[in-house]
Design a binder for this molecule. Structure first.
Ligand SMILES: Cc1cc2nc3c(=O)[nH]c(=O)nc-3n(C[C@H](O)[C@H](O)[C@H](O)COP(=O)(O)OP(=O)(O)OC[C@H]3O[C@@H](n4cnc5c(N)ncnc54)[C@H](O)[C@@H]3O)c2cc1C
Length: 374
């Protein structure tokens, strides 16, 4: 049987698209090479949900994403484990934070400048005295990748989507659909690549070159010394941090290109003592109380980097083939809102304003324009 839509990849992006496409009345099939949930990326995610971005399109998507997470149970029938912590962005000295905040406020983001002293009255544990000011967001926080994906998968099935797990796509078919490694053919009017970095090798089977570089990133979780604290992106220190579960503080490095992987199935690097020691040192610059904190866990994950750090979303020049990949280390928070916006586009034919900047064939894709994980 042929579907209207084949979604390749069941990480947060593909699952959210399947929910919204099926709800919009498209006969939707989703296929994943592994278990649903995106084992190498979505499940390893820092899952920080904030709206501070350097470009208005990403900020608009992130704001919609935040709204989805704030009302997740109502929309998707189960919790995403969204925890509101508040968020601070510590800029590099050359950044014009005033102009950035004005841009974000024009998009509708709730954010304001705070001096280091003002931030201390919001969260006494966090030190930002080396910055003139930081961007403060009261609504931001983090969610649980496992709960989020379980809820989305349930909502997709409830809406009528057909889900195939552990069935890798071998190649795409010209005009829509795919052949699986087990020999089955899934026919579809349109196919959307939500396979993260693996989207490039699948696109190549129909002659499309997608500029995606699989890259490894690492994080560590340390014992938390306070009940909770703000989530922080710390640009000068090259880190992001947030509370993690009951007693942890998660710290990730803001690296995007340092550890390229040869293939999307290359083993992820071990998180060694050097990384942990460095992450602890950087953490202590913001949370001095964390000095000497025990490391609770570590993990590595894979990013799907594009040359300009922005995603590839929309129809391609191959008939029936669309992309929704290249999230470049920042696609968790926007997964639900992208799914909704893209399903609307597939259904109604009109590109939503917030996705227009991400044309997979955009001319400026050669250079690094914006990098703002996570
Ligand atoms: C360590 C880390 C920290 C991060 N922190 C944040 C953060 O704080 N906030 C944030 O917003 N984002 C963050 N990100 C980024 C975010 O997690 C990703 O952008 C997002 O999860 C990508 O989801 P996805 O569904 O597009 O891709 P994925 O999760 O990679 O899912 C792709 C799916 O495609 C499937 N697939 C691959 N090949 C095939 C095939 N041949 N056939 C069928 N299926 C296939 C895979 O099995 C997988 O399930 C982080 C990422 C990492 C790794």
């Amino acid at each position: 049987m042929s579907s209207d839509l084949l979604v390749v990849g069941g990480g947060i992006t593909g699952l959210a698209l399947a929910v919204h496409a099926a709800r919009a009345g498209l006969q939707t099939t989703l296929v994943d090479a592994g278990p649903l949930g995106g084992q190498r990326s979505t499940q390893q995610s820092g899952a920080l949900i904030r709206t501070h971005y350097a470009d208005a399109s990403s900020a608009a998507l992130a704001l919609e994403g935040l709204e989805h997470f704030e009302t997740f149970e109502e929309r998707y029938g189960a919790s995403a484990g969204f925890t509101r912590t508040g968020f601070a962005y510590v800029p590099e000295p050359h950044e014009d934070l005033g102009a950035r905040i004005a841009m974000l406020q024009a998009v509708g983001v709730e954010t304001e400048l705070r001096t280091p002293g003002e931030l201390r009255s919001i969260d006494a544990a966090v030190r930002v005295e080396d910055a003139e000011a930081v961007a403060w967001e009261p609504r931001s926080g983090y969610a649980s990748p496992a709960l989020t994906c379980a809820a989305l998968a349930g909502a997709a099935v409830a809406a009528g989507a057909v889900m195939h797990e552990r069935r890798p796509v071998e190649r795409l078919l010209p005009g829509g659909g795919a052949r699986l490694r087990d020999g089955a053919v899934l026919e579809a009017g349109r196919t959307v690549l939500c396979a993260g970095a693996a989207s490039a090798e699948l696109a190549a089977t129909v002659g499309l070159d997608l500029p995606l570089q699989p890259t490894a990133v690492k994080l560590a979780v340390f014992e938390r010394h306070v009940e909770t604290h703000l989530a922080v992106i710390d640009a000068p220190n090259g880190t992001y941090l947030r509370p993690d579960g009951v007693g942890g503080t998660l710290v990730g490095r803001r690296t995007w290109t340092d550890e390229p992987l040869a293939r999307t199935d290359s083993p992820l690097p071990a998180v060694d003592d050097g990384f942990v020691a460095d992450a602890r040192e950087r953490l202590v610059r913001r949370l001095p109380g964390a000095a000497g904190a025990r490391v609770l866990s570590t993990r590595a994950g894979m990013l799907d980097m594009t040359p300009d750090g922005l995603p590839l979303v929309g129809p391609t020049n191959i008939d029936g083939l669309w992309c929704c990949c290249g999230w470049s280390g920042t696609g968790f928070k926007t997964g639900p809102s992208v799914g909704a916006a893209l399903a609307g586009w597939l259904n109604a034919g009109e590109p939503p304003a917030e996705l227009r900047a991400f044309d997979p064939h955009r001319a400026q894709l050669g250079g690094i324009a914006v990098r703002s994980p996570h």
